[in-house]
Design a protein around this ligand. Structure first.
Ligand code: DQA
Length: 154
């Protein structure tokens, strides 16, 4: 399947930003790991990272037209603020898994709010870089596994 992996603001700073929370791996290492995993599974992978909300919305909309069959998205801080990104995921109707490297539910209260969760088939948190591979597996299986968080209510 053709999987699009989207990362939001500050995820280009992986390896530099708060390594105790996000680890020492870089964004480049992350995408190489995912690309390799997708290759092994015979899947296509495409990557997009932006620090800008509108650019993330544009890329999600583009996915409707470019044959993307599944989206893995870590919206970064926009998780907790963006109705526009959540609406874009709903608009395109492509199965999407929300990923967070850290365990957002055990951090500050504002990180427990996710606007995108209700638009996603599953959520993976606190699994480090491996969470992205878990998210790809969920898309491949075409279902939300038991351990995924329940869909949030806005
Ligand atoms: C994050 C968690 C967010 O709260 C934070 O703003 C990020 C990264 C994560 O991957 O754990 O930028 O999405």
């Amino acid at each position: 399947m053709k999987i699009l992996i989207i990362n939001g603001p500050n995820l280009n700073m992986l390896g530099i930003r708060e390594p105790k929370i996000y680890g020492s791996g870089t964004y480049g290492e992350l995408i190489r790991m995912i690309a390799e995993n997708c290759r092994e599974h015979g899947d296509g992978s495409d990557f997009f990272q932006s620090n800008h909300e509108g650019a993330l919305v544009d890329r999600i909309q583009q996915a409707y037209f470019d044959g993307t069959e599944g989206i893995v998205i870590n919206p970064g801080a926009y998780t907790h603020t963006s109705v526009a990104i959540s609406d874009a995921v709903k608009a395109v109707g492509i199965p999407t898994v929300e990923v967070h490297i850290s365990d957002v539910d055990s951090r500050e209260d504002f990180r427990k709010i996710s606007f995108i969760r209700a638009a996603c088939v599953a959520t993976v948190t606190g699994e480090g870089f491996g969470g992205y591979l878990h998210a790809c597996d969920i898309l491949r299986e075409g279902r939300a596994p038991d351990e995924s968080a329940e869909k949030g209510e806005l």
